[in-house]
Design a protein around this ligand. Sequence first.
Ligand SMILES: NC(=O)c1ccc[n+]([C@@H]2O[C@H](COP(=O)([O-])OP(=O)(O)OC[C@H]3O[C@@H](n4cnc5c(N)ncnc54)[C@H](OP(=O)(O)O)[C@@H]3O)[C@@H](O)[C@H]2O)c1
Length: 383
Amino acid sequence: MENKKRKISIIGSTGSIGRQALEVIEKLQDKFEIIALAGGHNTELLKQQAEKFKPKYISISCHPELVSGYHNAKIYKGEEGLEKICSDKENDIILVACSGKIGLRPTLTAIKNGIDIALANKETLVMAGDIVMKEAKKHGVKIVPVDSEHCAIHQCIKDINQVDKLIITASGGPFLHKSIEDMKNATVEQALAHPRWNMGKKITVDSATLMNKGLEIIEAHHLFGFDYDDIDVVVHPQSIVHSAIEYVDGSVIAQLGLPSMHIPIQYAITYPERFEGIKSKSFSFAEIARLDFEKPDYEKFPTLKLAYEMGKLSGSATVCMNAANEEAVFAFLDGKIKLYNIYEITKKMCDEHKVINNPTIEEIFAVDKEIREKTKEYISKLQ
Ligand SMILES: NC(=O)c1ccc[n+]([C@@H]2O[C@H](COP(=O)([O-])OP(=O)(O)OC[C@H]3O[C@@H](n4cnc5c(N)ncnc54)[C@H](OP(=O)(O)O)[C@@H]3O)[C@@H](O)[C@H]2O)c1
């Protein structure tokens, strides 16, 4: 990295990725200056972060009065705050680490202002991958993935034209070796008990149904420009091989590492340089001892098949799938539906959706809104 400090803002600093990013930045204090931090509802944590990291300004989705009263930082609210952060050209890079559709508009604003992106928010590409990647190219902006699988592929690829296919690994989540019956009766607590990763609730439920992997194949399609038939998923319970690529000559290059999000976060915000930073111990093959791989079970995890289908349909199909799934996950977390209903509801919304080809951003948000309302209404009638 250049000698001067890299100026960074974090959207979603109070979340799982955001908090870990601040731990990385704390270790690399001489490399970063924080311009802004943005959170949703966790005013207390945002205030503590602001006191510690002293950003120029902060943004909160509600009650800005609750974060006032510490040094001289300006305070903004809601989407206006996110827009303000993402149009501030003082930023060298913005880490988009909020969850859900809220990440899309700020990411596009940052891109249009020529600011590089470290992208954790996968919904941005699932909803509007074609538009986002086109804008990034037009404005010469780098999008470096934070998701460990895409970060792995990013690290493996030297010449993309010589790559035949992408191989995305999946831990398989808490129900990997459980029966479909067990999944059908799963409690919220069981669905949130991910064996490898400690993440936000939405992505943890998506990992239990494997929808997370579905979102990731769509993300990979947009980030690396591969057809869906050239993106494979393999279950790898140890989460040591974070993903791989196969070259045209049959050589396979994989990226390995301990299952810690600190590593891909640090990679994304320091790219193209590398530092010791957050590294706590050296990797040991002997300690890991074995690596297992198996095919995904599409009968038990039909969401993965649905994601391939919607990805291939493209247009607004993935917007519909994302919105219906997200509302169904919230309903599951609220105890309104069972885990397996998430797939059934999402599939129903996708089956009934009339796909718009090449949707504009406004059409994307309109479909998102319509499907969320329809999904919520459908769920309310189930009770
Ligand atoms: N966690 C992981 O290991 C992981 C790995 C790969 C990819 N990802 C992706 O990264 C994203 C974040 O995941 P996560 O696990 O970190 O989620 P999370 O723990 O639920 O955090 C979400 C963050 O978004 C913030 N937020 C919500 N609404 C907001 C709004 N209107 N304005 C600004 N910020 C808002 C939350 O703020 P409050 O908490 O203050 O409400 C929180 O900071 C997701 O897209 C996920 O798929 C996560």
